[in-house]
Write a protein of this length. Sequence first.
Length: 291
Amino acid sequence: MIHIALQKKLTAANGTMLLDININIEQGKLVTLYGESGAGKTSIFRIIAGLLHADKGIITVHQNTWLDTDKGICLKPQQRKIGFVFQEYALFPNMTVKENLLFALEKGQDRQIIKELIDIIELGELQNRKPKNLSGGQKQRVALARAMVRKPEILMLDEPLSALDTKMRAKLQDYILKIHKQFNLTTLLISHEIGEVIKMSDHIFSIKNGKVVKQGKPIDVFSTKQVSGKFQFSGEIIEIKKEDVIYVITILIGANFVKIVADETEAQTMAIGDKVIVASKAFNPLLQKIN
């Protein structure tokens, strides 16, 4: 179990904001911090990593204390077993892919982990290339592999896929899930993409103005009511068209379009750009607007 209780005064767009959270994270889960820009999500990550000091707080990771301001305990960043992946790839431009990974090794660490990661994240054909010769998706795969070199207790992902196109984003989501499960990681993700959060997360903390306003399973947090069914997908409404006495609502799910028939009452609650959940129950499609 990971326990995080933090307080920190932050400068926000509208003045001073008090970051004040108290959360528990179960070991081995993939947990997302969700919220608008400026809500305090990245500051939480930075405090966990030891890159930003809390005014008051406690961080315990599997009974090991990383931070306790009352007792004067504050481990240095290099003492915290964390893998950090940013939106920016932050690779060394003068090093090859393999050299970037080797540079992340701890003194005396077995180099076998480099070969394992190159195989798992499929970097074999890229290992002798320098970053300038890689695509955005390939660079992010290298950044993910590098974050895993020291076998972290916590993998932290700060909007790592936001700069990628839909197809590459989906592929990288699969790589992250594969790594998360194979290494039995506790993974913390920051994401603004609802579909990504629903696909990847076991649990979500919705952050607003520095505080947790809602938490739970993603489908419960985003839905205004309980939705069940054989399958569930999230998407965005791109067209609402009336045909005779019914409405046809076109929804973009990933790179695919789905058309759902709705009655007038249901259609009037929807608008182009709304995020929705499409579910199926007894072969009848259900449409649920999400927050």
